[in-house]
Design a protein around this ligand. Structure first.
Ligand code: SF4
Length: 615
């Protein structure tokens, strides 16, 4: 099979990856690939996929949650075009909210509300950009055709570039991007572009192809299951309902106002099971019948009230949109869903789907083929099970980086195990961190399993280095500044960043070269015990058999988070660094088995000494 690989050198392990991807595409299979950083996953997937797609007239969906990755896909495609004289056309899709140039809607803080508001503006012919792009009357349609014609040739441009062009021409960037998909060979998007039924159907309807014509390449696939269930989760509370009730009243929508009162009463009734000692509880399915009935009866009334409210006022704070979204989710929910009534700031109800396969199984089955890849996709069978892949190919590849550049240590003392937590334990953990940091000739990140433990252990740290700290809820700008400041410390004396495993610094941020020399993973980052984790454990146990519940919902994701965090240290072939796993449980077989097969660690009681010798 032809492969458009645009570089001179291909490594042995990369050759295996390309060959397996080519096989999966040729044989219409679903491949799960654990492919560590540095293997060149993007080009390895695109090279065979593009060759097959051009030959067999297929489309490629390149799905990645990272916007920065969209640029890399575009660059790779441009390189292939140049090197092989091809004319592959790609389109860069991001969410409708990020593309919107309507000054009023683009500031709506939550995506579900934005989505409903945009639909309403289009239906009520109130968005001038949409009218300019699509038109409603024959005259408007003709004008729209002329106006957008030059933009419909703009392939291989980033979404930012398309957005700027649309500003100039006063066109809706999202609709223009959707129209571009019709002529595109490669569509670069996020998970929801493929897995959200409405959004996917919108794209497919525009582009005129079926799922059977699609080769899906899904990057960062270790997050797919969680993202799919998150996509359909939502909640509403009494405070939001009260605000929406006022909005309904202000627009004279009295039937909606009364319907919202009924929803409020029903949520208060469901909250009757809570007490001072019990702030959350599972709602048995049969207990939800009344709320669903009220929701079904109220759906249209609330939708009309929301439309009126947006016309009359501003969509930005429209709580009616949130209520409408909640009701729509409730009455169309999937079979395996957990409902929780909870008192936080206000009493509320949340809808939490448990089964990602209810969303992904059919889609994966209908695709021409799919490649799901990630640097941490272990255990492969678990990911395949959770997503409902039938007869998948499961492949694990080795890291291409020199082994001698990385030292992994399993420290055989201290633990953050709940029953063993004490101030003495925290002091001991801090003393081990101090000893390691003193031997690192550069930057160290200490990843704690939770903010709570970060707060408890950090007062005992005396590293003598500048210490920076990740905060619980950081705005994006503050986080970028924190990372920037920390990286600068790497070129001087070296600093220490206190962060949490599983947080935004532990995943998706690169610290190449001198930006990071050491990562210390304190404790095993298990999910917090909660009603939701319990329900997931029970659900997986029931679906996949004895022992799988705990493994799939609790143990494997925790080790995956630890490995992800440790993975920040070595990002390029020349990086050198140390990963210290600071909890005696890491070396137990029940946890050790979830590490990659080429992962080698030294057990130690004196990690400071080992680190000093390594550097
Ligand atoms: S149609 Fe386009 S420009 Fe108008 S509100 Fe929706 S996304 Fe924004």
């Amino acid at each position: 099979m032809k492969v458009y690989f645009p570089y001179e050198i291909v490594r042995d392990e990369q050759k295996k990856l390309i060959s397996d991807i080519a096989q999966a595409i040729n044989e219409n299979k679903v491949l799960f690939a654990h492919a560590p950083t540095g293997l060149g996953k993007t080009v390895s997937a695109l090279a065979p996929a593009i060759a097959y797609a051009l030959e067999q007239k297929k489309k490629i969906f390149f799905i990645t949650p990272k916007i920065s990755q969209h640029e890399i896909v575009l660059e790779t495609i441009n390189l292939m075009n140049e090197k092989f004289g091809l004319a592959i056309k790609a389109v860069d899709l991001v969410g409708r909210r990020s593309m919107c140039i309507d000054p009023m809607l683009s500031t709506i803080g939550y995506s579900s509300g934005f989505y409903e508001a945009c639909l309403k503006k289009k239906k009520s012919k109130q968005c001038q950009f949409f009218t300019n792009t699509k038109g409603y009357t024959i005259k408007q349609k003709n004008l729209a055709r002329k106006r957008k014609a030059p933009l419909l040739k703009e392939f291989n441009k980033s979404h930012e570039e398309i957005k700027e062009m649309c500003y100039v021409h006063e066109l809706c960037p999202y609709e223009i991007t959707l129209e571009l998909t019709r002529g595109a060979d490669v569509i670069i998007g996020d998970y929801f572009h493929l897995f959200n039924d409405e959004i996917r159907e919108g794209i497919i309807a525009q582009a005129g192809f079926g799922l059977g014509d699609v080769i899906a390449i899904i990057d960062e696939a270790h997050n797919l299951g969680t993202r799919l269930v998150d996509m359909l989760s939502c909640s509403i509370d009494i405070r939001e309902l009260e605000k929406s009730e006022k909005e309904a009243k202000n627009t004279g929508s009295f039937d909606a106002e009364f319907a919202i009162k009924d929803i409020t009463k029903e949520i208060e009734r469901l909250g009757g099971v809570l007490s001072l000692q019990r702030s959350s509880a599972v709602i048995p399915v049969e207990e939800l019948d009344m709320l669903k009935k009220i929701g079904r009866d109220a759906s249209e009334k609330i939708s009309l009230a929301a439309t009126k409210f947006i016309k009359k006022y501003d969509a930005q704070g429209a709580f009616l949109l949130k209520v409408e979204y909640f009701i729509n989710r409730l009455i169309r929910e999937k079979e395996h869903t957990l409902h929780v009534v909870e008192r936080k700031n206000s009493l509320g109800v949340s809808i939490n789907p448990l089964d990602a396969a209810e969303i992904s199984e059919n889609i994966l089955h209908k695709l021409s083929s799919a490649v799901l890849m990630s640097g941490t996709l272990l255990p492969l069978q678990m990911h395949a099970d959770i997503l409902g892949a039938r007869k998948p190919m499961l492949k694990e590849y080795l890291s291409p980086f020199p082994k001698e550049n990385r030292l992994n240590l399993f420290v055989d003392k201290t633990t953050t195990k709940y029953s063993d937590r004490s101030n003495e334990q925290y002091k001991e953990i801090a003393s081990e961190i101090n000893a390691v940091v003193s031997k690192v000739p550069g930057n160290t990140i200490v990843f704690f399993p939770s903010f709570e433990l970060l707060e408890k252990i950090s007062p005992y740290l005396t590293t003598g280095r500048k210490m920076l700290k990740q905060e619980r809820e950081m705005k994006n700008d503050d986080k970028h500044k924190l990372i920037h400041d920390f990286k600068l410390l790497g070129s001087s004396f070296g600093g220490v960043l206190l962060a949490v495993s599983g947080g935004s610094i532990a995943e998706g941020v690169d610290f190449p070269g001198e930006h990071l020399s050491c990562a210390i993973i304190v404790g095993i980052p298990f999910a917090k015990v909660s009603i939701y984790t319990d329900a997931m454990i029970r659900f997986f146990e029931q679906k996949f058999g004895s022992g799988k519940g705990f493994e799939y919902a609790y143990t494997a994701p925790a080790i995956s988070k630890a490995v992800q965090a440790a993975g920040r240290v070595i990002r390029t072939e020349t990086d050198k660094g140390v990963c210290v796993f600071l909890d005696k449980r890491f070396s137990e077989e029940k946890y050790r088995k979830f590490f990659p097969k080429d992962f080698v660690a030294t057990k130690t009681m004196n990690s400071g000494k080992n680190v000093g010798e390594f550097f």
